[in-house]
Design a protein around this ligand. Structure first.
Ligand SMILES: NC(=O)c1ccc[n+]([C@@H]2O[C@H](COP(=O)([O-])OP(=O)(O)OC[C@H]3O[C@@H](n4cnc5c(N)ncnc54)[C@H](OP(=O)(O)O)[C@@H]3O)[C@@H](O)[C@H]2O)c1
Length: 155
């Protein structure tokens, strides 16, 4: 089920106490009503950043959240991911960022994140596939078997 809780925020003229603008803020959209009765809707956008516990990925999370986008900070290691989330609290962005574990080389982990996004947001607007996975071509079949036997099919 897509989350749809809403709150109504009234901005008042400090001197006259008159309501200038009412903002209805929901998890999936904002509706703005101005003093003269005009209203418009702004939809919240959702993003996922892979490999976001450090480096470029973490900075992308920071910048997307700064632009008002709801971001899922993902990391293959839960502890490193949650630590990264902590660093964003200091920037006052933690309400726009949430954590979910994701190892891009693990199909079960990818499926789990997809299910989370579908149930929590019902859509995904931006995918930043930042986690770089190095690839190698092994032409020697004996060596290939040795590598698979020792390391499995993923790193
Ligand atoms: N920095 C540069 O100058 C530069 C230049 C060109 C391209 N790039 C590319 O830009 C991307 C980010 O670079 P960076 O410098 O920020 O790298 P980084 O500091 O090494 O960070 C890489 C991130 O990817 C994560 N990661 C690695 N394997 C993963 C997997 N299987 N599943 C999920 N996450 C995984 C790492 O997690 P852990 O902490 O768990 O290892 C880390 O969070 C990379 O794809 C890199 O190839 C960077």
């Amino acid at each position: 089920m897509v989350e749809k809780s809403c709150e109504k925020i009234r901005e008042r003229d400090e001197v006259k106490g008159k309501v200038l603008r009412i903002t209805i803020r929901c998890t999936s959209q904002f509706r703005l009503e101005t003093e003269d009765g005009r209203s418009y809707t702004k939809f919240v956008r959702y993003a996922v950043v892979t490999g976001a516990n450090k480096g470029i990925g973490l900075e992308i999370v920071r910048q997307l959240a700064s632009a008002g986008i709801k971001v899922v900070l993902t990391s293959r290691n839960q502890q490193r991911g949650l630590q990264a989330l902590e660093t964003l609290k200091a920037s006052g962005l933690s309400h726009l960022v949430l954590f979910h574990q994701l190892d891009v080389a693990d199909a079960t982990s990818v499926t789990s994140l997809a299910g989370f996004i579908k149930s929590k947001f019902g859509k995904l607007d931006i995918l930043i596939n930042n986690a770089g996975i190095g690839g190698v071509i092994i032409k020697d079949s004996d060596l290939l078997i040795k590598v698979i036997m020792s390391r499995g099919l993923s790193t």
